[in-house]
Each structure stands twice: as structure tokens, then as C-alpha cells.
Design a protein around this ligand. Structure first.
Ligand code: ADP
Length: 594
């Protein structure tokens, strides 16, 4: 393989820098798309968590507000009844607000009265009128009593009736705070007496006063009558607040060190060992500070744990590899193509060499043929001339001794010899055109044609023919004698093969084409049928009987064509039978001549 072909193959084997650029860009783009979609995903997930947390906090606050409203409504009802309310009236109020359906999570709604030690007797007497078994419990050493007077529904709150809020710190502290502030308050974590399971709970108080909660702390302490209250089990409350179905976050509520509610335990549904988000914050809640810990769940992970960024990364890398594969394939194809092209070039070169050799052989054999034709015809000429001479002598010297038949045969012999001589002359001319070197000189073709027409004039007139030179004929480098012969042959043929009374020949030239000027000789003769258009160029080939259109050897067009081709030109015709023929020829461009 030649050196440069090998170098080309090596070069085709390497990836082009543009390929590398595309691959690097593609990888860069993949990484960018991955990073971008990952960041977007993180942002979306954080927003999702924030929204879920906010929703839970809002739900808790809303629910507590609703309960607070129910408590304040209770205090309003008590005011309507003149700051004192009977068990039955309270029961009617409590039933009317439909605790179970409208306040899910609330255990009941009740009334607590505030008593000094000296008021206890009268209070008990009053309560025992309707409920003889009513008692205040448990006993304690204080001199303030905050017993639960009523709690509706009674059925599941029986144990709470008569329970004294002053007996236990959490209950008592919140009660006093409600009393002094005039605001709804909740207690710290407690266990409800009515809860057999002893789960965490709290009480929600709304204080009521004789004449309303106006004035300062002292006025409120003096006018304090009691509280409307609701006990809560935190678990029931949260169930009412939050639907457990496919929760995306879990919540844990603590009050100080005590856990009120906890969904973030390993056994909780959708618990996530390694949560995506875990947030702890304080929520002020009616006098208490609740600590909320919100964690994302496994459901959150499956909802937001989008694999899109990873898919983008994997997809992008796959595309990159396909790209590399394609480039490698292209590279291989380029190598194959080059190898094939190199093979083809070598084969082409070999074929060209063969053709050149063949051409040379052909030219040599053509020349040898021309040589042979020349020698043969030259050598034939002499004996033929002798034969003709002897035939003439015989005719002249033995005219009276020969009968008519003998004389006629001798005449035929003479004319046959003449014809044969004509053939030999034509053959000689044909071979001369092939053998001789053609010398090109600049020839004014118009002048050349005009000269030929002039020499032919007597014959043309005898034939009733005219020759018109149409437009300008250029001056071209050529062999004047040979080209003159081309015009002479074509003009005489145009007149010979013509049955018109006025035989018209037009000689002209068309504008230069790629092959140089195109000369033409047009006649209004008999035309040449399409099927004869090749035959007429064969040597000694005639289309008509000798007695029609006069004599001729049938070598004229053959010699004409050979002259044109030796100039590097081309000869062709256009003919309509019965209308005429136009012969066209070029004499080659300078390139062709060389
Ligand atoms: P010839 O010596 O017979 O004229 P050519 O080679 O010149 O030989 O022509 C060959 C044959 O082509 C002629 O015999 C004739 O039949 C036909 N031919 C040549 N020129 C014309 C023409 N201008 N119109 C019609 N037929 C033609």
C-alpha cells in the first residue's frame, strides 16, 4: 500500500475532533440536565414537605379553634340562663351541638364550678337535688374547689362527674390561668379518669364570670364562676383531625418531656427509617407550648422520590454511548470506503494502463493496415493499368477481326478496369488520410468553400444546382486540402442524390459549442433513411444501383468521416427522406487537436 494511502487510512481510523466535541458536549449536556432536574426535584420535594407540615399544623389549629368556639358558646348559654345553668339545660345545649358528629375527637363537654370552702355545702345540696349520689372527689387539703358539675354525654364520662380540678397540679394550674386571663386554656398532659387505657389527654377550659370577663385580673378572680370544659384523648383528637390514609408525613406532639401523640414510631404505617425530611418546632397552644416533630413517611418517599433525574442521567449516558458507537461505525465505514477506493484506484490505474497499451496496439495495427492498403493498392495499380491498356490495344488493333460480342466483352473489360482503378484510387486516398501526419494551419473556411464552389461551378450549373454560403464561416486551424475535400464530397453528394429541379445546397456554421464550430452542408435531396445512417459510412457501400444517381465507389463518406476524425472532430447527420439531408461536422478543439 502506498505511503500516503496508509496515512489516509490511519487518519480515517481516528475520531475527528468534531466527533470528540459532539461527544464531550453531549456528556456535558447530560450532566447538566441531570443536575438541573435533580435540583428541581429537590426543590419540589422540599416544597411538598413544607406544604404537608403546614397543612397538619393548620388542621390542628383549626380543629382546636372549633372546639374553643363550642366552649365559648357554652359560656354564652350559661350567661343567657343568668350565670347559672341546670343539669338538664346543659344537657340540652350539649346535645344540640352534636358532639359526636360535629366535634370528632372531643370526649364530652361539661361545666366546672369554682367554689370557696364555705360554698361547698350549699353547692352539694343544690347538686344532690337532682343527683343524690353526687360528690366532690378526690379530697385534698386546699380551700378552693373546682368540681366538675356536669359532663355530657354522661355514659362514658361517669367517673369524671364531681372530679375536683384543684386536686391535681396540671388541671388546677391551667384552671387558674384561664380564670386570671379570661382566655381559653388547655392543661398540661394528664390522664383522664374516664380513660381505662390511661393514654395522654388534656382538658380545654373556657372561663365564665358573673357579668362577663371584663376588668383586670382581680376583677376576674372575684367574678370567676367556673369554666366550660372539654376533655380530650390526644389520640382520638388526632384521629379526628388527620386522616391516616397514605399520610405523607407523620407527626409527634410533645408537651415538655411528655409525649402526647406519636406517629413517628417504627411500627407506624409508612414509617421511614431514614426520612427525607425531619422537622421539629414549637407550636403555642392555649397556654401550653407543644413541640411538633414532623417526619416524611415512606409514602412521601414513593410519591416524591422521583427517579426522573436518574432516568435522565441513564438515558443521556445511553445516548452518548450510542453516539460513540455511531462515530466508531462511521470511522470503520470511512476506513472501508478508503480501502475500497484505494483498491479501485489501483484497479483503475491497471485498466488504464491496459487500455493505453490496447490503444497503442490498435493505432499500430491501423497504421499497418493503412500501410498494407497503400502498398497493396499501389502494387495493384500497375498490372491493372497493363490490363486496361491491353484491352484498349485489342479493341483498336483487332476491331475488324472481332465480332460484336467480342467487342462488347472487351468494352466491359475496359470499364470494369476503370471501376477497379477508381476503387484502388479511393483506397489509396483512404489509406493516405490514415498514414499522413496532418499539419494544422489557420484556414479561412469561407474562402476555402468559395474556391471549391468556383471549381465546381460548370458541373453545378449542368446539374441545375446552386450552393449558398450562409453567414460567416470562421477561420480554423486545419488541413486545408483535406477539409476542402470534406466540403467537396458533401456538396457533390447533396447535388448527386437529389431529384429536385432546383437543387439547393446551403453551407454554414453554427455558433461555437463545447466541441468548437459546427459546420454543416444542407441539401434538398432524397434524404437517407434512418436504417441506412450507419451503412453509408462503410467503405464502398452504396445505397443505389449504379445506373441511378450516376457512378461513385461508395468511399466518399468513409474518407470524409476519417478526415474529420483525424482532426479530432465528429461527423453526423440529420435527414428526412424526401426532404433533404444535413451533414454536420466539427474539427475538434485545440485540446482535441493536440
Ligand atoms: P458515393 O461514391 O456512392 O457517393 P458516398 O460514400 O459518398 O459514396 O455515399 C454513400 C452512399 O450514401 C451513397 O451511395 C448514397 O446512396 C448515400 N448518400 C450520400 N450522400 C447523400 C445525400 N446527400 N443524400 C442522400 N443520400 C446520400
Amino acid at each position: 500500500m502506498p505511503q500516503n494511502a496508509r496515512e489516509r487510512l490511519v487518519r480515517a481510523g481516528r475520531l475527528h475532533w468534531a466527533h470528540w466535541l459532539v461527544i464531550v458536549l453531549s456528556f456535558g449536556l447530560t450532566l447538566f440536565a441531570w443536575r438541573y432536574s435533580d435540583a428541581e426535584h429537590e426543590k419540589r420535594t422540599a416544597q411538598g414537605f413544607e406544604q404537608q407540615s403546614k397543612q397538619i399544623v393548620e388542621l390542628i389549629i383549626d380543629r382546636m379553634r372549633k372546639y374553643e368556639d363550642a366552649l365559648w358558646a357554652g359560656t354564652a348559654v350559661i350567661h343567657v340562663f343568668g350565670d347559672e345553668i341546670s343539669f338538664h339545660d346543659w344537657e340540652r345545649y350539649a346535645n344540640s351541638i352534636q358532639i359526636e358528629s360535629k366535634y370528632p375527637g372531643i370526649n364530652g363537654i361539661g361545666v366546672i364550678h369554682a367554689l370557696e370552702a364555705d360554698e361547698v355545702e350549699a353547692y352539694l345540696a343544690e347538686q344532690r337535688r337532682d343527683r343524690p349520689e353526687y360528690r366532690i372527689h378526690p379530697e385534698h387539703g386546699g380551700n378552693e374547689y373546682y368540681p366538675i358539675s356536669y359532663i355530657i354525654p354522661v355514659a362514658n364520662n361517669g367517673k369524671a362527674v364531681g372530679l375536683d380540678m384543684a386536686h391535681e397540679t396540671n388541671r388546677f394550674t391551667a384552671a387558674k390561668k384561664a380564670r386570671d386571663t379570661g382566655l381559653a386554656q388547655i392543661t398540661g398532659p394528664i390522664t383522664l379518669v374516664q380513660d381505662a387505657l390511661k393514654t395522654p389527654g388534656f382538658l380545654f377550659y373556657a372561663p365564665f364570670y358573673a357579668g362577663g370577663p371584663s376588668g383586670g385580673v382581680e376583677d376576674r378572680t372575684g367574678n370567676f364562676l367556673g369554666m366550660v370544659y372539654a376533655p380530650f384523648l390526644v389520640s382520638t383528637l388526632m384521629e379526628g383531625v388527620l386522616s391516616q390514609e397514605r399520610r405523607l408525613v407523620g407527626v409527634k406532639i410533645s408537651d415538655g418531656a411528655e409525649i402526647l401523640y406519636d406517629e413517628n414510631k417504627p411500627d407506624a404505617p409508612y414509617f421511614d427509617d431514614h426520612p427525607l425530611f425531619d422537622d421539629t418546632f414549637t407550636l403555642p397552644m392555649y397556654g401550653r407550648d407543644w413541640t411538633l416533630n414532623i417526619r416524611s413517611t415512606a409514602a412521601f418517599r414513593s410519591t416524591y422520590g422521583d427517579s426522573q433525574p436518574v432516568q435522565i442521567l441513564i438515558g443521556g449516558i445511553l445516548i452518548d454511548f450510542v453516539l460513540i458507537g455511531l462515530f466508531l461505525l462511521l470511522r470503520q465505514t470511512a476506513r472501508d470506503a478508503l480501502r475500497y477506493a484505494d483498491g479501485m484506484t489501483a484497479e483503475l490505474e491497471e485498466r488504464t494502463r491496459d487500455l493505453e497499451q490496447l490503444n497503442e496496439d490498435l493505432a499500430r495495427s491501423n497504421q499497418e493496415l493503412d500501410e498494407f492498403a497503400h502498398i497493396a493498392s499501389h502494387d495493384l495499380k500497375e498490372p491493372l493499368r497493363g490490363i486496361r491498356n491491353y484491352a484498349t490495344f485489342l479493341l483498336e488493333d483487332y476491331e475488324d477481326k472481332l465480332d460484336d460480342d467480342g467487342q462488347s466483352k472487351l468494352k466491359t473489360l475496359t470499364s470494369l478496369s476503370d471501376r477497379l482503378a477508381g476503387f484502388i484510387d479511393d483506397l489509396l486516398q483512404f489509406s493516405r488520410v490514415g498514414r499522413e501526419d496532418i499539419e494544422f494551419i489557420q484556414v479561412d473556411v469561407k474562402e476555402l468553400v468559395a474556391g471549391i464552389v468556383e471549381t465546381l461551378m460548370p458541373w453545378l450549373e449542368s446539374q441545375g444546382a446552386t450552393v449558398e454560403i450562409s453567414g460567416d464561416l470562421p477561420s480554423v486551424p486545419c488541413h486545408a486540402v483535406y477539409v476542402g475535400q470534406v466540403f467537396r464530397n458533401l456538396i457533390t453528394n447533396g447535388v448527386k442524390y437529389n431529384e429536385c429541379d432546383e437543387k439547393r445546397i446551403v453551407v454554414g456554421c453554427e455558433p461555437n459549442g463545447a466541441e468548437g464550430p459546427v459546420f454543416y452542408v444542407r441539401d434538398n435531396g432524397i434524404g437517407i433513411h434512418e436504417k441506412h445512417r450507419d451503412i453509408v459510412f462503410r467503405i464502398f457501400k452504396r445505397l443505389h444501383a449504379r445506373d441511378r444517381f450516376g457512378g461513385g465507389t461508395g468511399a466518399g463518406l468513409t474518407v470524409t468521416k476519417k478526415i474529420v476524425e483525424r482532426h479530432g472532430g465528429r461527423l453526423w447527420m440529420d435527414s428526412v427522406v424526401g426532404e433533404g439531408t444535413t451533414f454536420y461536422f466539427t474539427l475538434g478543439t485545440e485540446e482535441g487537436e493536440r
